[in-house]
Design a protein around this ligand. Structure first.
Ligand SMILES: [Zn+2]
Ligand SMILES: [Zn+2]
Length: 170
């Protein structure tokens, strides 16, 4: 997700650029899955950096916390981050690194790379407790059958409702 910002860096403070995104992206970085990421970013040149605001969506494959089935869920990736130039665009001189070591930077070729920011915010957007649907029936605590696909043959009388909660914790 490289964007060349050499033009923008030479414009007056307050200048903006719009950037549409619609591409495949390997969120987890494991080289296995790619997710389509769509949306829009606005870049604003400030006194010291380029402020990038992105509003993106993707679909992530998640595992249900109750019934352990795989399902796709739309996820919003929204962030606003500063990217600091490493070179002065006019003189070519190296600039001091940003105060916060974790800040995003623009490289010597004036390329602003959104990859790491999108990855970080996408991982944050993954729900801790994903459910395939709000009223997922989960698995039978006795036989392990997925109760979304119908009831099992286990005797009903000794099913303790607390099992459902325990199943949630796993
Ligand atoms: Zn489920
Ligand atoms: Zn059962």
């Amino acid at each position: 997700m490289d964007i060349n910002v050499s033009q923008l860096l030479q414009e007056p403070v307050g200048s903006t650029r719009e950037h549409d995104i619609d591409e495949d992206f390997d969120i987890t970085g494991d080289g296995k899955n790619e997710n389509r990421i769509k949306g829009h970013c606005t870049m604003l040149l400030t006194q010291r950096s380029i402020l990038v605001k992105c509003n993106l969506t993707t679909e992530l494959e998640l595992t249900c916390n109750r019934c352990v089935s795989q399902f796709f869920q739309p996820v919003k990736i929204k962030f606003s981050e500063e990217f600091f130039p490493t070179l002065d665009i006019d003189t070519g001189a190296a600039l001091p690194p940003p105060e916060e070591a974790s800040s995003f930077t623009i490289d010597e070729q004036h390329i602003l790379d959104l990859t790491e920011a999108i990855r970080q915010y996408a991982l944050l957007a993954i729900p801790m407790k994903a459910l395939c649907k709000k009223d997922c029936a989960g698995l039978c605590a006795k036989c392990g059958k997925n109760l979304n696909q119908g009831k099992c043959d286990c005797p009903q009388d000794d099913i303790d409702p607390r099992w459902a909660k325990l199943a949630d914790l796993k």
